[in-house]
Design a binder for this molecule. Structure first.
Ligand SMILES: Nc1ncnc2c1ncn2[C@@H]1O[C@H](COP(=O)(O)OP(=O)(O)OP(=O)(O)O)[C@@H](O)[C@H]1O
Ligand SMILES: [Mg+2]
Length: 279
């Protein structure tokens, strides 16, 4: 009788352990699913927006080019030595041309800038990036900065110091997303004006990307939790940014280092090992 009961107890305990293990595995699967769904959804959304912007942007850009050529022609006609002096030397006309040329220049710069941003976004959201590839770390950082420009401009000064050998075997879209998440977090941590220092260098054969901000810092008590999916101290935060960063750094067999001082700022370092990544 007693032996049967202890056998039952034993089986029950084993069953309980199994259920606990299964439930842990389920939690982990749920967490991974959330991460991959969020990043896939974001990628699709961003690619869709970039695509939508591209069509009217193409029209604007080609119209603006035509407009510049036509203005140039009209100016040449009006200022032709054969045209009447009252037209050629009319100060109002000359002033108008100076204004129109200035506007044209600004339009051209603005549309070039939008093209640059949209291309950056498309590179960032490209979905054909299942396989790792050889890329340029500094180009990835530059196109990432074009994406987050609107978040930083006029408020946060970015200092760049590129010292690493930029050749890197990586998933470029994921690296870009790592940098976006870290730079956006850095910007959120800065109340009012501040600075972000982005530095690359080699540590032995590893490439290190350091992103330091002069923001409010992370209290010691929170430091251990920041990579947890769902951990956030922001009103509208999802707490997903750093969990994704961790996952994508893992995909590169990379390491992350964090140092922070409340009131002084935070430094994140992504350490990327040299060598080819296997699929
Ligand atoms: N550079 C930083 N300076 C200060 N605190 C930071 C910094 N980076 C992250 N944190 C802290 O870590 C928390 C988690 O960051 P994480 O990027 O994972 O989520 P989030 O920014 O809150 O939301 P989201 O999902 O939109 O990124 C933040 O809420 C913030 O408290
Ligand atoms: Mg974040």
């Amino acid at each position: 009788m007693d032996t049967t009961r202890s056998k039952d107890d034993q089986q029950l305990r084993e069953l309980k352990t199994q259920v606990e293990e299964l439930s842990r595995a389920l939690q982990e699967m749920k967490r991974r699913l959330m991460l991959s769904e969020k990043s896939a959804l974001l990628g699709q959304l961003v690619a869709g927006i970039a695509h939508e912007i591209n069509t009217p942007l193409g029209a604007l850009k080609s119209n603006s080019d035509l407009f510049m050529r036509y203005t140039f022609k009209i100016k040449a006609m009006l200022l032709d030595p054969e045209s009447p002096g009252e037209v050629r030397e009319n100060p109002a006309i000359l002033k108008l041309f100076a204004e129109v040329e200035k506007l044209n220049r600004v339009n051209k710069e603005a549309s070039d800038r939008i093209v640059e941003i949209v291309n950056g976004i498309r590179r960032y959201a490209r979905k054909d990036e299942c396989a790792p590839t050889q890329a340029d770390l500094h180009e990835i950082l530059n196109s990432t900065l074009a994406i987050v420009h609107h978040e930083l401009k006029n408020r946060v000064i970015v200092h760049l110091s590129y010292q690493a050998d930029p050749r890197i075997h990586c998933f470029p879209g994921q690296l870009s997303q790592i940098f976006v998440n870290l730079i956006v977090n850095a910007s959120h941590a800065i109340e009012g004006r501040g600075e972000i220092f982005i530095k690359t260098y080699n540590r032995n054969s590893d490439a290190v990307v350091e992103i330091r901000d002069t923001g409010k810092g992370i209290p010691q008590s929170e430091l251990a939790r920041i990579f947890e999916a769902g951990f956030t101290t922001k009103k509208n935060g999802m707490g997903m940014g750093l969990a994704l960063v961790k996952q994508m750094a893992d995909n590169h067999r990379g390491q992350i280092e964090v140092e922070s001082a409340v009131g002084a700022g935070t430094t994140f370092r992504i350490i990327l090992p040299a060598g080819d990544l296997q699929e």
